[in-house]
Design a protein around this ligand. Structure first.
Ligand SMILES: Cc1cc2nc3c(=O)[nH]c(=O)nc-3n(C[C@H](O)[C@H](O)[C@H](O)COP(=O)(O)O)c2cc1C
Length: 324
């Protein structure tokens, strides 16, 4: 059994910050409250006012960081009990993590390595389609957080989702405020934002690249589709559409992504279709028949093995995110 110590709690926070976040905005703050409690706060100064006025992507990002904290705690030999504090939008204390003594799992090192290695690789995937069974397995791995992942494999549903995705990209490209906000997060600083190297990677040997939200200005990408036919497509959905659902969607995202990383699969979130109210409604009604609230679409596939690994995106200094 290992006991929670301040050193372990600090390490937990440090590694939890490797979690994905919208535009690498890292909209979280942490506080060690007592000997075995860590609190997670939203940092609203980092919310995207135009793309994310409700704070959905902010909460999803914080949920992913929360799940990463739980995963690290486990790997360091600590048990966790998590209380999500409130579902009121704008409430800044999001969760309280109570740590206890536990035994580290046999695969602890592998779990920690997945956190270090996970990244958003926007380069084109190989043409090997991801078998439906792999998507289903991934979706099952992410269940249990009060959110669920759904593979979008039905031909009609997929076609509709793709059209909505294209529509969202067109709507956002026509909004100068939004494109300026987005561009400002590319090469934003040495500690946050999306570095230019990760935003619009070089052309692959298959020719051309998938357009992504950060490469939109690249004229070579115009007119090409955001998804390849062989790309897997999944959605993270919730039963309700409030802040605690967004946090849970983020926890499911973090879990799914770490499973994918350990399985050699690459994940690229596609949040534009959720950010635009019209296309979010379209997904909810036309793709999920009004039964599930989609919180994030994910492109899933395999990266070419011979490719160089991308540089890791930067993170804020620990002293800037850990309140005393
Ligand atoms: C809620 C959320 C929404 C995101 N939306 C997009 C997106 O629409 N397009 C994209 O290329 N990446 C998207 N990302 C990925 C982030 O840009 C990425 O996690 C961040 O830049 C940090 O890089 P890393 O994942 O390599 O650590 C999103 C991530 C989160 C958590």
């Amino acid at each position: 059994m290992t006991m929670p110590t301040r050193e372990r709690l600090v390490r937990m926070v440090e590694l939890a910050c490797r979690a994905p976040s919208v535009h690498n905005s890292q909209p979280w703050l942490w506080r060690i409250a007592g000997e075995a409690t860590v609190e997670l706060y939203a940092d609203r100064t980092r919310q995207l006012p135009i793309a994310d006025p409700e704070g959905r992507n902010l909460a999803i990002s914080c949920g992913a960081a929360l799940q990463h904290a739980q995963e690290v705690a486990r790997a360091l030999g600590m048990s966790t009990r998590v209380d999500l504090t409130t579902s009121a939008p704008g409430h800044d204390l999001l969760a309280r993590i109570q740590l206890g003594p536990a035994r580290a799992p046999a695969d602890a090192a592998e779990r920690l390595q997945a956190i270090e290695q996970r990244c958003t690789d926007r380069r084109r995937f190989t043409s090997w389609p991801v078998p439906e069974a792999r998507l289903t397995k991934l979706a099952e791995a992410a269940s249990g957080w009060g959110a669920y992942a759904i593979p979008v494999t039905d031909v009609t549903a997929r076609f509709r989702a793709e059209l909505l995705l294209e529509r969202a990209m067109t709507v956002q490209a026509a909004d100068p405020g939004l494109t300026a906000e987005q561009a400002s997060w590319v090469a934003h600083s040495r500690v946050d934002g999306v570095p230019a190297s990760n935003a619009a990677p070089a052309t692959s040997e298959r020719g051309g690249e998938r357009p992504n939200r950060f490469s939109h200005e690249n004229t070579d990408n115009r007119g090409s589709r955001a998804l390849e036919g062989s790309d897997g497509l999944m959605a993270i959905c919730t039963g309700h559409d409030d802040q605690s659902s967004w946090l849970r969607a983020g926890q499911a995202l973090g879990d799914l992504w770490l499973h994918a990383a350990r399985d050699g699969l690459s994940i690229v979130p596609l949040s534009q279709v959720i950010e635009v109210p019209e296309t979010r409604r379209g997904l909810h009604e036309d793709v999920f028949a009004g039964m599930a609230h989609p919180q994030l679409l994910l492109r899933v596939g395999w990266q070419e093995i011979a490719r160089t690994t991308l540089p890791r995106t930067p993170r804020r200094q620990l002293e800037d995110v850990l309140l005393t």
